[in-house]
Design a binder for this molecule. Structure first.
Ligand code: M6R
Length: 613
């Protein structure tokens, strides 16, 4: 994880770094730091102030000496070493002239550190990253210029990295490189930038380029030069960016989370836009897999993490019901360690908002190694996952900044369900009229989500009544089960309250022992075919003193008798309903988090994009 930024040749270098870091905090915020360079001097400041680390860094930089035009900055999500200033980046070498920032994990740092210490290097942190500073130092001492020094260092490290290095002896230069962790370069007249992500430099750069794995880039007075690890010149991929800064900021909402919750109707519209041809066939322009190949799919495996995993679980019901395909869903961090069976005709779908989640990237890599065709469903164009896959479906939900995923969930469900319907079309497992009706119903979900959002006031009142509760169980059946998982994840993530999601029928196999007065049970009861069974489960918890909240459709009166509180949603075909049913659950988590005074955009211990295993 971690956010990195760099600038070369700017009169306002420090402001550029501090503003960029503020926009990268979603990648980590345990501590932050900057290093500025000018001839013969590297000036470094680091702070560790939890979620306020970047603000504290800004204060600590008050009175910075003038005249620096280049530098690097970092906001950290701790992996090796406590979130303390001493472990914050940038890290310096023994001379104090070389500074490095790093996102990722150096897997062989223990051996490298021992070797470097044996050669006389003195370490000042317990991080894995500091080895990079000392490795670069050694090559500099041997007379290599900075680009070659970084290349030489990277030959001996194993693991994942996006890194940048500066040296006061070459003060107008930053050298950066990546393997598995994101890194982009931006240019504007006379100034060059690098960052983990586009928003950090969106207001300053005019052209954007992405580094691929094992590419090393030098930003200097002559512009941008990229080479591979052997030093051979490479051409950086140009990125087309269609966001503006407004999109990357809060747009009038108190926080990104509520902005993104309210953007869900638009996210659904954008995801589904232009996917249906005049002849009724579903078309994904960006999906570079032929119809013959898709028709030949015999089995689907979905791999994903967190919220994306819950969207994948919804897709399982749709793929089985509509396309009549056997489907497995795996947590991506588990997939490659279980010796998975990949048969001919296996389609692996990697689902990831960021497209940078290392667990999911490694899972699809493993699947490809075993011969699977891989489709990425991701929100980020040209992300690592998109590049790893044979083909991509973009969710087009727009930039998601808040750590808790919301609009990406509904967009993922919509994209995956559309893909399920395409497979149904190609396999002939649904009548064309049924496909058409389902596609139209899917296209109509935007306004229904908007209608569910209009009931935020009702949800707030329920949240106020539940404000003292500490334990929550979310129950659902069929597609309501992943919705329950997602409701529980949102609640625990942003309120820090105990929450668990369960298939409703599973409760009596153990967890029922935990139900007592004071415990809240939230049930998703929007599937008429399963309602009777769910009502029996609710009677069981009610009898044991639980407070019962039910998510029910507008026309459903039968649940009200058992519920202490009812959260109403518009009725929808049950397999499509997760995109609407999740809305009151997101709002409930949001309202409770606000009542508890939590930082909803930056919950403790978490980061938006998890680029470490
Ligand atoms: O970017 P991805 O979709 O791959 O991220 C996966 C999870 O890290 C992510 O969904 C996480 O669980 C969210 N914080 C949930 O709100």
């Amino acid at each position: 994880m971690c956010g990195i930024i760099g600038v070369v040749g700017a009169d306002d270098a420090l402001d550029t770094l501090l503003e960029g870091l503020a926009r990268l905090e979603y990648r980590g915020y345990d501590s932050a730091g900057v290093a500025l360079v000018r001839p013969g001097e590297t000036w470094r400041v680091r702070t560790a102030a939890g979620t306020e680390s970047v603000a504290a860094l800004r204060d600590a930089c008050d009175g910075a000496p003038p005249g620096f035009r280049s530098g690097i900055g970092h906001t950290r999500w701790a992996t090796h070493g406590a979130p303390e200033a001493v472990n914050a980046h940038p890290h310096l070498d023994c001379t104090g002239r070389v500074a490095i920032i790093h996102n990722g994990i150096i897997e062989n740092h223990v051996e490298l550190r021992a070797e470097l210490e044996a050669r006389g290097h003195v370490f000042t942190s317990v991080t894995d990253s500091e080895v990079l500073a000392h490795l670069v130092e050694e090559s500099r001492r041997d007379g290599l210029e900075l680009t070659d020094a970084v290349r030489t260092a990277l030959r001996v490290v194993r693991g994942a990295f996006a890194l940048a290095a500066v040296d006061a002896a070459e003060p107008d230069v930053i050298v950066a490189a990546r393997r598995l962790s994101p890194l982009i370069v931006g240019t504007a007249r006379g100034t060059t930038y690098l960052a983990s992500d586009v928003p950090a430099i969106l207001d300053r750069a005019t052209n954007f380029f992405a580094l691929s794995d094992d590419e090393v880039v030098r930003l200097g007075p002559e512009g941008v030069r990229a080479v591979d690890l052997d030093g051979a010149p490479v051409r950086l991929r140009s990125l087309a960016i269609d966001w503006d800064l407004e999109t990357a900021e809060k747009g009038g909402y108190d926080d990104f989370l509520s902005k993104e919750i309210h953007e869900q109707p638009d996210a659904l519209r954008a995801t589904l836009l232009g996917r249906r041809r005049g002849d009724g066939q579903i078309a994904f322009d960006e999906l570079r897999v032929s119809d013959e190949e898709l028709a030949g799919v015999r089995r689907v495996v979905l791999v994903a993490a967190g919220t994306s995993h819950h969207a994948a679980l919804v897709a399982k019901y749709a793929l089985e019901r509509w396309a009549r395909l056997p489907v497995e869903v795996d947590i991506s961090s588990e997939y490659r360690y279980r010796d998975p069976v990949v048969e001919i005709g296996t389609l692996v779908i990697g689902v990831s908002q960021s497209g940078e989640t290392i667990d999911t990237i490694q899972a699809v890599r493993e699947a490809r190694r075993r011969g699977a065709r891989v489709v990425a469903v991701t929100n980020i164009v040209d992300s690592s996952l998109a590049r790893e896959a044979d083909a991509v479906v973009y969710t087009r939900a727009g930039l998601e900044v808040s750590v808790a995923s919301t609009k990406s969930f509904v967009a993922q469900v919509a994209a995956l369900e559309l893909l399920a319907l395409r497979l149904a079309q190609l396999r002939g497992t649904l009548a064309s009229l049924d496909v058409e009706n389902l596609v139209r119903a899917l296209e109509a979900t935007g306004p229904l989500v908007a209608a569910a959002l209009e009931r935020a006031g009702e949800v707030e009142r329920v949240a106020a009544a539940l404000a003292g509760s500490r334990d929550f169980f979310f129950l659902g059946r069929a597609a309501g089960f992943p919705t329950a998982l997602e409701g529980a994840l949102k609640l625990k993530e942003i309120t820090y309250l105990h929450a668990e999601g369960y298939p409703a029928g599973e409760l009596k196999h153990g967890p029922l022992a935990l139900i007592e007065p004071g415990v809240v049970v939230v049930a998703i009861a929007t599937d008429p075919d399963l309602e009777e069974k769910l009502l029996s489960n609710l009677a069981e918890v009610k009898a044991r003193g639980a407070t019962v909240v039910v998510v029910a459709t507008d026309d459903d009166e039968s649940v009200a008798a058992l519920a202490d509180y009812v959260l109403r949603v518009p009725a929808l075909e049950p397999l499509l309903s997760p995109v609407v049913d999740v809305v009151p659950l997101q709002l409930l988590a949001y309202s409770l988090a606000r009542l508890l005074g939590r930082n909803v955009d930056r919950p403790r211990n978490l980061a938006k994009t998890v680029t470490v295993e």
